[in-house]
Design a protein around this ligand. Sequence first.
Ligand SMILES: Cc1ncc(C[n+]2csc(CCOP(=O)(O)OP(=O)(O)O)c2C)c(N)n1
Ligand SMILES: [Mg+2]
Length: 884
Amino acid sequence: MTDIDPAETQEWRDALAAVLEFEGEARTSYLLDQVLAEAQRLGARVPFVATTPYVNTVPVTDEPTHPGDRDVEHRIRSAIRWNALAMVLRANKDSTELGGHLASFQSAATLYDVGFQHFWHAPTDTHGGDLVYVQGHLSPGIYARAFLEGRLTEAQLDSFRQETGSHAGTGLPSYPHPWLMPDFWQFPTVSMGLGPLMAIYQARFLKYLHARGLADTAGRKVWAFLGDGETDEPESLGAISMAAREKLDNLVFVVNCNLQRLDGPVRGNGKIIQELEGVFRGAGWNVIKLIWGSGWDQLLAQDHTGALKRRMMECVDGEYQTFKSKDGAYVREHFFGVDPALKEMVAGWSDDEIWRLTRGGHDPQKVYAAYAAANAHTGSPTVVLAKTVKGYGLGAAGEAMNISHQAKKVAEPALRAFRDRFAIPVSDDHLLDLPYVSFADGSPEHAYLHARRQELGGYLPERRRTSAALAVPGVEALGQTGGSNGRALSTTMAFVQILTKLLRDKEIGKRVVPIVPDEARTFGMEGLFRQVGIFSQSGQLYTPEDADQLMFYKEDASGQILQEGINEAGAMSSWIAAATSYSSSDTPMIPFYIYYSMFGFQRIGDLAWAAGDMRARGFLLGGTAGRTTLNGEGLQHEDGHSHLQAATIPNCVAYDPTYAYELAVIVADGLRRMYAEQEDVFYYLTLMNENYEHPPMPEGVTEGILKGMYLLQPGKGRGAAKVDLLGSGTILREVLAAADLLAKDFKVKADVWSVPSFTELRRDGLAVERWNTLHPMEEQRTSYVAQCLAGRSGTVVAATDYMKAYADQVRAFVPGSFTALGTDGFGRSDFRRNLRRHFEVDRHFIAVTALRRLADQGAVPREAVAEAIEKYGIDPDRADPAHA
Ligand SMILES: Cc1ncc(C[n+]2csc(CCOP(=O)(O)OP(=O)(O)O)c2C)c(N)n1
Ligand SMILES: [Mg+2]
């Protein structure tokens, strides 16, 4: 916009400058607020500015002095830098097969060190401990510190990325994996975006525990480190508005803005720090920019015309990266040299002095000031946007270069330069041996290192493996073994009854965490809203529309339900926080997260994998499950594969129960395994919305339910031909109907098996096979499937509401012929009956398939198959639903 009255503009500017000079910053802000409010009131358009100048947020005058011994800390940090470098180089000495990252940690060493030395509490009797999510691929830096602290051995550093054979259990994982290092790592973060998302929900869950009186989490903080490239992941920023809305002042994000990602610059043509500042401020976060090191302070103090700040602002990140890949002379010419006034500012400086002008993230004083401000802030979450240099100190081996991220080797001159730059006590003769550096007992560094951690309660990271065992109820207490007495109900309804019982349980009721992603009414859970309340830190500030109803929408400051909105990734993150609370808060919780099964593993599979890694304990309930059981919703809703996805996670125990008593047996056993025995498994159960009658629990089926199959109904009639039919979920009822058809129409005797878990059966079968292979001289074992089916019909047909591959899992262990029916192909809407006919999992197709397999064996004539096809009205030339 053109300035139509420059004199008037200048008057306003002068007035502002005078207020700032004589009355200070607070008064200036107040007046500006007033002016803007008045402008709004009068109807003038107020310009929106999401960003602030490209300088540090904490003014020099407000900086607390770094309280540590800067020299000793520098030596400690330098040793950590060296050891982190050495361990990766040693792992890649002969070949680069093992890989590892050099450059990322060097950019962030100071960001971590200041946290470890001054801010992050370990759990003690009086402090629950801070929870630190590190950038996963910076793990060498975390190991290097643990080595200096005497928590890891040299042999362990040398087994970085070697975790099998003789290194099993001691080798250091590439990235943070609680599964592989259960006493050390807490949070798997290397799949980019999951760390920040999980950290937000972790912080909220700490508030939940506190509000509900389950744990005192008041002094605890969650610190999450992100890469600037990582912020491009939708998961990284997707929940930041929730964090502000929930006033998560126990949460600090630190974005390591080294301006680079794997391939090159994050925002070559822009400025990532400014972009993120706008995004986070817009979402309501406290933003602390940490851009410039202390050396810049004197230059900024002389910048009366604003020329330096302008130059800082106009340079794009691509240029900033290039500056740091060159030298002081280049910076003089290309940063300062473009403006005679700036050039003059550094005229008396040597090129080395210019080069030593650091970025904020490398200056312990500035990092300390930013963290202190973050730590003290209340009322909203804080993000520290720290500018750093990727590969800091690596020089020609990868400092601010586009190849930095992938560098796995450092040539001798660069290694020597690194050693000199950080004064590493390794002589020229030993340089190429890459010896690890440590501090002897009694040395000032050793004493300091341990004193600092003792002051903060102990060492980090450290993971708690177990917590108190809980007294869990048995199956009878869940009230589902007596049958439904003629009433038709769904397994979802049975689940809600079980959940209600558990919520009322004296021992564990308060630990139950129902989690829903705006789907409670879908599952008939709205009754819980009033019974236990929906967690809301602000309680309920309004009278709900349905206040006069029995089951009104009740929000409550100590509510028990986590209502996450239409947000499966967030709800899953909440579930993970609750499911690992035994470890991170020494407070075992029992989360039940219920959702549309199609929007489970398929949508948030990576989080589910991380949950397995984290040794999460809890229940996932895939509601409205099955390709044909959820009838009217069509292709994008009907799940025929979540069980296959669940089966990919080694410690996920998954069942597809048909009857309420099966569900109850499984839930009770899950409670026992996870909360009494403290096994590191979690459960995935599919629930259906189809109503039918549930029989009372037969005698002696508990073991079979849990192992995966049991004989539900012996065949009827006296026919010579025999078949074993297997089924799960609602399709088990089609299997029962098929048995009737076979007996009535073809005199075939069909035994019917309920198979709540083909996956558990397969796991057992594979383990038995493996054992047999390795123990040829011992008595060979028999899989549970083979034990069940041995000496029976030898003709087995299985049908489920999932893809054929689900039931096919047991094929190798079935004695005799085996056929799996399932719902391969895209789903579609129709009545259940029609869908089952379409996918060829209905009673008729099951009967035809059984006859065909019997005919193959000569047990019935082929004509019987043709007769059945005809009789049941099946079109033999219809399109295959797997491809239709
Ligand atoms: C979901 C996911 N995609 C890709 C990767 C591979 N990856 C590892 S590090 C990296 C670059 C990270 O850049 P940035 O976040 O800026 O971190 P920096 O190393 O620069 O600190 C990539 C793409 C990953 N780990 N996770
Ligand atoms: Mg980066």
